[in-house]
Design a binder for this molecule. Sequence first.
Ligand SMILES: NC(=O)c1ccc[n+]([C@@H]2O[C@H](COP(=O)([O-])OP(=O)(O)OC[C@H]3O[C@@H](n4cnc5c(N)ncnc54)[C@H](O)[C@@H]3O)[C@@H](O)[C@H]2O)c1
Length: 409
Amino acid sequence: MPKSKQTLCIVGLGYVGLPLAHAFAKKGFTILGYDIQEDRILELQSGKDRTNELSTKELKSANIEFSSDPSVIKKADVVILAIPTPVDADNNPDLSLLKNATETVAKNVQEGAIVVYESTVYPGVTEEICGPILKKEKSVKLGYSPERMNPGDKEHTVEKIVKVVAGEDEETANILMEMYGAIAPVHRAQSIKVAEMAKAIENAQRDLNIAYINEIAMLCNALDISSKDVFDAAKTKWNFLNFSPGLVGGHCIGVDPYYLLKAAQDKGIISNMISAARKTNDGIAHYITQSQILPRLREKKDISVLILGTTFKENVPDTRNSKSNDIVTEFKKEGISVSMHDAQVDDNDALEKENSYDAILLLVPHKEYLTMTPEEFAKTAKEGCIFFDLKSVFNAKEMEKAGFTYLAL
Ligand SMILES: NC(=O)c1ccc[n+]([C@@H]2O[C@H](COP(=O)([O-])OP(=O)(O)OC[C@H]3O[C@@H](n4cnc5c(N)ncnc54)[C@H](O)[C@@H]3O)[C@@H](O)[C@H]2O)c1
């Protein structure tokens, strides 16, 4: 190598891999996109992206060769892996998908290529777990550049977010700094482990901050004070951090701290703060149903609730690890009838049923819900219906005027 515009193969074309492929393609790199899912490749070839990260126009104009044939990896000077890194049922890091993809790359990659990981991991995964799989088959160089994109966020796009870049040696780091520098501002991390650790702590920090705000919101409820009013007042101080209470689902903030915990456990370190934040945030669905909603429905018969929003956050169609499911499960355990509607995922008639619900829970305030009036929601409500506005996006007084008992976290 090094040459100014390498041929890149992006392995894993999901929320992270596809926008990345597009960003490089726009800058004139030759881009191959490989994914194990044939139906994903077929839809991308036809100009459709189910993640809504790229429009049909963007996809059709992007010069990307999509393929489900791993032999395309051979053509690349640099291979970038954007593969899921979930946790298992016991919340332990599950690296099986990453290892499988690494095996595929090892078999197909050309000698001398650079293999970069973008997946979120704990320090050591790139060099101590993936590296040996690759180097057993081929002589390659390793890099790591954590992805920090935020799906559904059209402001903080790949091109605007600083890319942290690391390579296993000086030459590799230099090549990667130049390559990533073509699409985004770059920060050179001193080592691959530094870059891995930086990503893991960013998301764990968000988890901790949200856990604190969730704990305060629960305390405000117990004290019968509006948490929104408290946060609005506290936010006026220049150094009060602006976080909102909420359910922490998805596959990043609710998952990555477990990767950090695993790194701590391996070293015999007890990380009380990270564990406590996870516990608090994982308990919010239970708190909402058991402490906020159910005690107010006890007197009613044939209870029916409507859940609005089943994705893990607003304005994305991604339902993976959505905490709305935990709330649905809690209600169902109590024998309560639950209807669900998600403006980004399905188009059922749950919002058109008149006089139907004893409680409406707006868990994910997609933009479509924000355009609805209190009266429109009220049409679907039975007498004395609760409107639970998780993120306090509606005006309490207006909701009460429309006939609701208004609650928020
Ligand atoms: N989505 C986010 O918001 C986000 C943000 C920053 C970092 N990350 C991290 O980036 C990584 C990828 O996340 P994502 O959200 O893009 O996942 P995703 O599930 O949207 O996409 C992953 C893609 O990898 C493909 N894949 C799985 N195994 C494969 C294999 N062996 N070979 C080829 N393709 C394979 C899947 O088919 C899928 O299309 C994870 O580590 C995640 O934590 C995600």
